[in-house]
Design a protein around this ligand. Structure first.
Ligand code: SF4
Length: 153
């Protein structure tokens, strides 16, 4: 077990201990949404359909510790793959730090308030539907406004 060091989020990702790595997540919930990938082109579209374990009102995983028992293909973001996951939002703390960029001012590690990710319009809380209710993913393709880099500031 490693303790959270002072301003650990300013350190390179390679220098973070397990607890610091976990604490870096802003809780936006974007990586807990289903995507549609077209076989012929490899293009990926985003949807507003949430994994069955995501609380759609808070955008928090309801069983993070045991999630892979229920969702075996749940992505485990690691240092090795963080550069390869093309669909992470530009606001994602791992993506920002992998690119050597600072965390945004609404990130809870900076602001001190975990709800600021919601106020900043970055969280998917209250904006998604559970996979059990959704029906075909193709009916739920959405643009999360990732071209707008404002929210990453
Ligand atoms: S997209 Fe990044 S910051 Fe958002 S929940 Fe996933 S890992 Fe955390």
């Amino acid at each position: 077990m490693g303790a959270l060091r002072d301003r650990f989020w300013e350190r390179p990702l390679t220098d973070l201990n397990t607890e610091e790595w976990e604490a870096l997540c802003d809780g936006c919930g974007r990586c807990c949404l289903h995507k549609v990938e077209y076989e012929d082109t490899g293009e990926i579209e985003h949807t507003n359909v949430a994994c069955k374990l995501l609380d759609t009102q808070t955008a928090r995983c309801t069983d993070y510790r045991h999630r892979r028992a229920f969702v075996p293909d749940c992505l485990r973001l690691t240092l090795r793959i963080v550069d390869k996951v093309s669909w992470l939002p530009p606001t994602c703390a791992y993506r920002l730090r992998a690119d050597g960029l600072p965390l945004p001012r609404w990130h809870y590690l900076i602001s001190g308030d975990r709800d600021d990710v919601v106020s900043a319009g970055v969280s998917v809380a209250g904006r998604v539907i559970g996979e059990d209710l959704a029906g075909p993913l193709e009916h739920h393709i959405v643009d999360w406004g990732d071209d707008n880099e404002e929210s990453a500031a």
